[in-house]
Write a new protein. Sequence first.
Length: 380
Amino acid sequence: MKTALKKTVGLLAAEAIETFLQAAESYETATLKDQDPENLHQMRVNLRRLRTAMQVFSPSIQLPRAGREKQVAQVARRLGTLRDLDVIIATLQNEYRPDLPEAERAVLTTLFAKLEKNRKKAFKQVKRELRGDRYQTLKARLHKWAADPKCHASAQLTIETVLPDLIQPAVSQLCLQSGWLVSTEPTASGFKPVTPLNTNIDELVAHHSQMLHSLRKQVKRVRYQLKFVSSCYGDRLDSELARLADLQEVLGTLQDSLIMARFLQAAVPKWPTKLPTLKALLAAQHQRVWQQWQTHQQYYLKPENRAALRQVLLHPGTPSVSAKAPKTKAKTSTKKATATASTRQTTKKSTSARSTKSSTRAKKTNGSQNAADNNSSDQA
């Protein structure tokens, strides 16, 4: 499949859905063998891409009841529970354990036993899901639909005609996210990020966790959609995609650390007292990541930066008819600041790779998904 101008919406939708479904299926057997967590991760990535294609084309296609985004999301959530445990295990083992004193390592040994027990339960649920009727029916219905897609009349339009209308809604929802206003103060031109001295970042993140998590999900959704149609804009979305990728990494690190803290609180009574070094390391990481988040926050709070992205999206095709987005490079996360996030991106071998820069992460994802990349619809 090749995302290109002049293709109809219906044709591109059918090709995209079939491509990403097949890509997800290609990791099923390896995921069920449970020998490398990377297979689970890649299956989830392709399910996200499948959902993105459904979201982009939803105004023009009529998917079967058993093969809609809701059903895909249910499968992905089941896999997500197992993935979260993989991230916690790999992060504690590879990123923090080496820096802990012996007494705290002993506490982690007991903790790992609990994690492995929880993981076995989660893996059983994944096996039940992938072998169950819901997932098998989902695949069958979508393959059948892709072979003979049922669409609305707008599916006859070329992608060039309606592309801005398909993409702009997600961008508008991103701009309206309440998470942008976390820890800000009003200025003459809008808002700016602020963090008072002696602010407890852990408490701040926990207090605003829902807003920041919602923002991260929308960032991911917009990034996937922009990546999906990027070939229609030449290289004019490259800097925005890199910035969104890094922002997703930063927000992902905050979310992962929150999941980690909640698990520790449930598994180890008075864990900050029993694991003081780990507590200090996590707090230092949160401080660094919070500063990175505020850099992105400040960028996207500026009206001119939002307007520049909208202007680019209005004019697919010839670059000369559109305004170019600012060339500000996205800040890449430092190695330690993205230690937890790195683990979620790749768990192969060391099962931790969120420490890589966002551009490297995008390249690796693209490299592992040649089928999607060749179709210019890779959304990771």
